[in-house]
Ligand binder design. Structure first.
Ligand code: GCB
Length: 609
């Protein structure tokens, strides 16, 4: 799906700002047709924002059900004759949208965009009412899963993942135009002949363009022009599909976010440009070869974090200030990568990663499909994960759609080098294999250019995992010294090394996607006891000693970049405290420790010594 852009033939109008807002715990608003009139409310809510922490009200924070948003928008005068599209960059976890009194779109999944052609419902120069009922309920058929319980005190949401169930309109909302006959999708994939003359062989940009329109855009042609960062044309092509050759390309590489721009034009029979779309292109290759993860044919060692979209008051809302600040902190600490744990992030994040040369592991919102973790660690009622009544065939359809939407949205980002189709699902049973086999096949079919993996949980250690042969890269979340061997780093080190040496026999690259220890900022301990800043540093040092003994380990991503909000529980003190930075992005001692290590690794080039 293409992002809305301002181009020579397209215009956008942002609908961010204050919207009227009303909670609806019983779903009454649908029958009462709240979309048909101005919302009866005096409450306004910023878009984008999670609504939960904006108002100091436990009812709002812990709301389960629909949240209604409404705004009036004047369609720009100049838009007459254009195709007009209404797009939500996300609405968490699902939404129904009306324009005036007409329902225009429904979407399932809280972290990917959806849009609809509303041309027939709007008039240039006139106002129109846009209403969205955004629902935050998690069930076994949603991604991520959860259970809504009816209790005498009201409806309660239980879920199986360790971050707060923030909800609302978290990203931008747009009205935008395209011409009637328009470019509807662009796919680019790049290749480099690394063994070419002088070692810097030609680059290839394969492109494929889809068009749509009233007459199927039949009497139009596609023309493409590839420009370098200085605006000079380096290649041109004609036709909906083709391959462009770039001699001596400036490769996109970790730390060097060099981008070309593909100008895609739809040209009418009279030679007039009907539509123009601009697609950024980073020329690079990604390959798994044996136990190596290669970017541009060079071994790459991931350093960085599992992150969250999370901050005080805003919750999961995208925020450009935080975006630029967080990336500056990644640079400061010497990190070259992060994982979008545990869901697709805002489009802006990937654009910025492309430009900054930061490598991204892109994750689907399938987190918590593991009832073992719940009953084992959190004492929840024991239920099986994969049964007709829990995570079932219908859940898998929703999961498949989430994978397809993620790949459709992010396929053109050079920063994205690896798809993660789930975090810590049950993976040691036949049922899990049956569930996941088709999902791996789907991801590989939808994108033949990137490796596909999933993140393995500690409850499915080496030797028991039934998905290990399906994953291109072994991604491990391990908490030796924290959840097991708590505080005993010497024992933890032995156990961790032993397990890792097992995984190393599979001859696949291993990325440690989580290791971390909760740390209360400012808490100190002469003997490095758990929760202290000293312990967090010692814990990281122990992990690094282990990784450095196993050549198949090609990456380390600390859990987490920053402290973040979770549901309440005896394991959490105002959220998860495993951040290297606090929630307001102040460094703990561990941040300085990581900086010492990672700036050295960065200084050695992409690979670890
Ligand atoms: C995990 C999860 C992550 C949690 C983390 C923790 O394994 O993947 O979502 O926040 O552990 O801190 O317990």
């Amino acid at each position: 799906m293409l992002r809305p852009l301002d181009t020579a033939t397209r215009e956008r109008k942002s609908l961010t700002g204050l919207w009227d807002f009303r909670l609806d715990g019983t779903g009454a608003g649908h029958d009462a047709r709240w979309f048909a009139a101005p919302l009866e409310t005096t409450t306004t809510m910023p878009v984008p924002a999670s609504y939960n922490d904006v108002l100091p009200d436990a009812e709002v924070r812990n709301h389960v059900g629909d949240a209604w948003y409404q705004t009036m928008v004047r369609v720009p005068r100049g838009w007459d004759g254009q195709r007009v599209v209404l797009r939500f960059d996300s609405a968490t976890h699902r939404a129904v949208v009306w324009v005036g009194e007409t329902e225009v779109v429904r979407h399932e999944g809280g972290y990917t965009p959806f849009e609809v052609d509303v041309t027939a419902l709007v008039t240039a120069g006139e106002e129109v009412r846009v209403t969205a009922a955004v629902n935050n309920e998690l069930t076994f058929q949603s991604i991520p899963p959860g259970i809504v319980k009816d209790t005498p005190q009201g409806r309660r949401q239980q879920y199986f993942h360790d971050f707060f169930n923030y909800a609302g309109i978290h990203r931008s909302v747009w009205l935008y135009t395209t011409p009637t006959n328009h470019v509807s999708d662009v796919t680019v994939a790049t290749d480099v002949d690394h063994r070419g003359a002088g070692g810097t062989g030609a680059g290839t940009v394969r492109y494929s363009v889809e068009t749509a329109g009233d007459e199927g855009a039949t009497d139009t042609d596609v023309q493409v022009t590839l420009r370098d960062a200085a605006g000079a044309t380096v290649a041109t092509g004609a036709g909906a599909e083709g391959a462009l050759t770039v001699t001596d390309p400036h490769l996109w590489a970790p730390g060097d976010g060099y981008l070309y721009e593909l100008d895609v034009e739809l040209v009418g029979a009279d030679g007039q440009v009907v539509d123009s779309y601009l697609q950024t292109v980073g020329i690079r290759t990604v390959e798994v070869r044996g136990a190596e993860f290669l970017i541009n044919d060079e071994p790459f060692y991931f350093t960085g974090f599992g992150k969250h979209e999370d901050s005080a008051i805003r919750g999961k809302a995208h925020d450009d200030v935080l975006l630029v600040h967080d990336f500056a902190l990644l640079d400061w600490i010497g990190a070259n990568s992060f994982r979008t744990s545990h869901y697709p992030y805002a489009d802006e994040v990937y654009d910025y990663a492309d430009r900054q040369g930061i490598v991204v592991i892109d994750e689907v919102a399938a987190v918590g499909q593991n009832m073992g973790v719940m009953s084992g660690l959190l004492g929840a009622d024991p239920v099986e994960t994969f049964t007709p009544d829990t995570v079932n065939d219908e859940s898998r359809e929703v999961h498949a759609a989430a994978i397809a939407e993620l790949i459709a949205r992010d396929k053109n980002h050079p920063s994205v080098v690896l798809w993660s189709i789930a975090n810590e699902p049950e993976s040691n049973t036949e049922a899990s294999r049956k569930y996941f086999e088709p999902l791996f096949a789907l991801a590989k079919q939808l994108d033949t250019t990137r490796p596909v993996g999933f993140v393995n949980v500690m409850l499915s250690p080496f030797g028991t995992c039934q998905l290990a042969d399906l994953t291109d890269v072994i991604m491990l979340n391990r908490y030796y010294g924290w959840y097991v061997d708590t505080g005993d780093l010497r024992t933890a080190e032995t156990h961790w090394l032993a397990e890792l040496q097992g995984w190393a026999t599979l001859d696949k690259p291993i990325v440690i996607t989580e290791y971390g220890a909760d740390t209360y900022p400012g808490l100190h301990s002469m003997t490095a006891e758990p929760w202290s800043e000293e312990f967090q540093s010692a814990y990281l040092d122990m992990n690094h000693r282990v990784f450095d003994q196993v050549p198949q380990v090609v990456g380390e991503q600390v859990w987490n970049f920053a402290d973040f909000q979770t549901s309440v529980g005896v394991f959490r003190v105002d959220g998860n405290k495993k951040g290297a930075f606090t929630r307001d992005r102040r460094p703990k001692a561990a941040a300085h420790r990581l900086r010492e290590r990672w700036t050295v690794i960065r200084g050695q080039g992409v690979t670890k010594a």
